[in-house]
Ligand binder design. Structure first.
Ligand SMILES: CC(=O)N[C@H]1[C@@H](OP(=O)(O)OP(=O)(O)OC[C@H]2O[C@@H](n3ccc(=O)[nH]c3=O)[C@H](O)[C@@H]2O)O[C@H](CO)[C@@H](O)[C@@H]1O[C@H](C)C(=O)N[C@@H](C)C(=O)N[C@H](CCC(=O)O)C(=O)O
Ligand SMILES: Nc1ncnc2c1ncn2[C@@H]1O[C@H](COP(=O)(O)OP(=O)(O)OP(=O)(O)O)[C@@H](O)[C@H]1O
Length: 553
């Protein structure tokens, strides 16, 4: 619900001025004067006074639900020609209908007008895209921004896979769980309005490639957008890596983002998507190299990485200004140094941007990075330590979200122990990119000593077939490599976790990968409650092993 309502006439003129060539019917004064106070794309979310955005999709057309939409008090509809036909057939000229060809693309600008989003409105937006690291990097961003803004009485926000949150600090925020990594455009602009009402000065937001392809970020403008990496995933949507790359590259254009910070890690072995992204980006582009074996030069570079507790300390060096900033992260894994470095550089560059004043200076950011330990936050289900295993009283035990080849490699590299066995429980989601499953099975048996293939989120697929796809790659890798890896198939996942703990000695390490923070499995539409972190703690305690107390958000 907005304070300053917008008329259908004003909205139509705006869409005309921004090139969407709208047709309004009925062409009548009362249609023009109709007042809009919100927008919705899901028929079940329509509220009185809303503009309903009826899109054509694989399962249905939104206009098929027009009677429900009317009963919920929609004031007007934005749709395509097919939608207009359906609406006229169902209810005649009861409602003003604005027809445009590109409904999904127009939905963002339309919602922006209704909810008051502009290029300079609060909150300042920090977006992150990439195959892996989006959730972790946005948690790091939010923690750093709240360190800078809370002392000034200003709040921060977070939009992503795990939750949507707003408040002074991550601990004391209003939080709602997310059903999508990046919500629909109409929800995003409603969120921006809510954030403004909640005194949110800056927000960190995950931008999935689906979101970009489905035009969900249309009408938003990013102060800074960050790129983590591009590796195999979601090829079921994008088809090829080139198309996947193009989808993500759309975020780093001056028409949408003020400053692009691109991670260009590239060991020279594989094609560097980061370099290509930096070359494709327009507007202000800053590059970041985070791996010591990177063969490239970048504006910012990570140096002097050293172990610190379970995580790492590192130095950020600006090759142009000579600046050196020392910081650290508590999360294990060299990839979390990459995520922390990306979050740090995004905020450092925002602070220096003459075109958009932030409420903190570059010096404030340096001081926060060096003294406030902003990257010592727990990111639910991302390298979450359930048992430290440091005192010999029991195995180390970690829960992580890795569910694609590159994430698995990076995570397994991070937890491989010099001594002791590495015991891995892995599965794969149904109805998502099947082609990566054999690769994941092969990586598992090459990098772990004991692998238990189990279930993840089968959705509508046969769980046994998903496990078979993983086992095929695993068995093939064992045969080709003459590996001595122990390979088991155990379902349900609870039994696999119990078996992993039973197989572990006190000096070993257990890693549950793929589900992270998730609290249920989607079994053919039925939700089966299981939280890897709770199950792992249960199985460890049952054998008398110590665990870290954790509130599993
Ligand atoms: C692949 C994908 O992203 N599909 C999105 C797309 O679906 P679609 O084009 O087929 O549209 P549709 O589902 O037929 O719906 C069309 C219209 O009918 C309505 N409808 C449709 C069916 C129904 O039963 N009831 C109903 O009211 C819809 O609300 C909509 O108004 O448009 C729909 C409406 O806007 C989205 O809900 C749907 O997201 C689905 C639910 C989804 O699962 N998306 C996932 C893959 C996704 O977006 N994931 C990314 C993260 C990916 C990752 O990084 O792992 C995310 O950002 O969450
Ligand atoms: N920078 C990185 N490079 C490679 N792998 C990473 C990186 N950061 C995290 N990972 C691995 O990928 C997994 C997913 O991390 P995270 O949830 O932060 O990324 P994401 O992009 O939000 O993932 P998703 O899109 O699946 O939600 C982690 O659990 C870890 O295994």
């Amino acid at each position: 619900m907005v304070t300053s309502a917008v008329s259908v006439g004003t909205l139509t003129e705006h869409l005309r001025a921004t090139g969407y060539d709208p047709l309004l019917s009925p062409f009548a004064e009362r249609a023009y004067a109709t007042v809009l106070t919100g927008a919705a794309m899901n028929p079940q979310r329509v509220a009185p006074g809303d503009l309903f955005v009826a899109v054509s999709g694989a399962r249905a057309h939104g206009a098929d639900f027009i009677t429900e939409v009317i009963s919920r008090g929609a004031a007007a509809v934005l749709t395509d020609a097919a939608g207009v036909g359906k609406i006229r057939e169902a209810i005649g000229y009861q409602l003003p209908v604005i027809e445009v060809a590109a409904v999904r693309d127009a939905a963002g600008p339309a919602a922006a007008v209704i909810y008051g989003t502009t290029a300079s409105s609060d909150p300042a937006l920090f977006g992150v895209t990439g195959t892996n690291g989006k959730t972790t990097t946005t948690y790091f961003l939010r923690a750093l921004l709240s360190t800078l803004l809370a002392p000034q009485g200003r709040n921060t926000g977070l939009i992503g896979t795990i939750e949507i949150a707003a408040g002074a600090t991550p601990e004391d925020s209003e939080r709602i769980s997310s059903d999508m990594t990046t919500p629909e455009a109409v929800q995003l602009h409603a969120l921006m309005h809510q954030f403004r009402e909640k005194n949110v000065a800056a927000a960190a937001m995950e931008v999935s490639s689906h979101a970009i392809s489905y035009r969900r970020i249309s009408g938003l403008f990013y102060d800074v957008a960050g790129f983590t990496n591009l590796t195999q995933d979601h090829l079921d949507l994008h088809g090829t890596m080139e198309e996947y790359f193009a989808a993500k590259a759309a975020l780093f254009s001056r028409s949408r983002t003020r400053i692009s910070v691109i991670t260009v890690d590239d060991t020279g072995a594989e094609q560097s998507w980061g370099h290509r992204m930096a070359a494709a980006a327009t507007g202000k582009v800053v590059t970041l190299s985070t791996r010591p074996d990177s063969v490239t030069q970048a504006h910012w570079e990570v140096r002097e990485v050293a172990p610190e507790g379970l995580g790492s300390a590192f130095t950020l060096v600006n090759r142009h200004t000579g600046e050196e900033v020392r910081s650290s992260t508590a999360l294990p894994g060299d990839f979390n140094v990459s995520n922390a470095a990306l979050a740090a550089v995004m905020v450092l560059e925002a602070a220096a941007d003459p075109h958009r004043a932030q409420e903190f200076t570059r010096e404030d950011v340096v001081a926060a990075l060096e003294t406030k330990r902003p990257f010592h936050v727990q990111v639910p289900g991302r390298m979450q330590v359930i048992a430290a295993g440091t005192d010999g009283a029991g195995p180390a035990a970690i829960v992580d979200f890795a569910h694609n080849p590159d994430a698995m490699i990076r995570t397994l590299q991070a937890v491989r122990q010099q001594h002791g066995k590495l015991i891995l429980v892995i599965g794969a989601a149904g109805e998502r990119d099947r082609s990566k499953r054999p690769t994941m099975g092969a990586i598992a048996v090459r990098m772990a000593d004991h692998v238990i293939i189990s279930d993840d989120d089968p959705h509508g697929e046969d769980p046994a077939q998903i496990r078979a796809d993983l086992l095929e790659g695993a068995r093939d890798a064992i045969a080709r490599g003459g590996l001595s890896t122990v390979l088991e198939e155990i379902s349900p996942r609870e039994d696999a976790i119990t078996a992993a703990v039973a197989a572990a000695g006190r000096a070993d390490t257990i890693l549950l990968a793929g589900r992270g923070h998730e609290s249920h499995q989607d079994m053919a539409g039925a939700k089966h409650a299981i939280d890897d972190r709770v199950e792992l703690a249960r199985a460890l305690s049952a054998r008398g092993y110590p665990t870290l107390q954790g509130d599993y958000a």
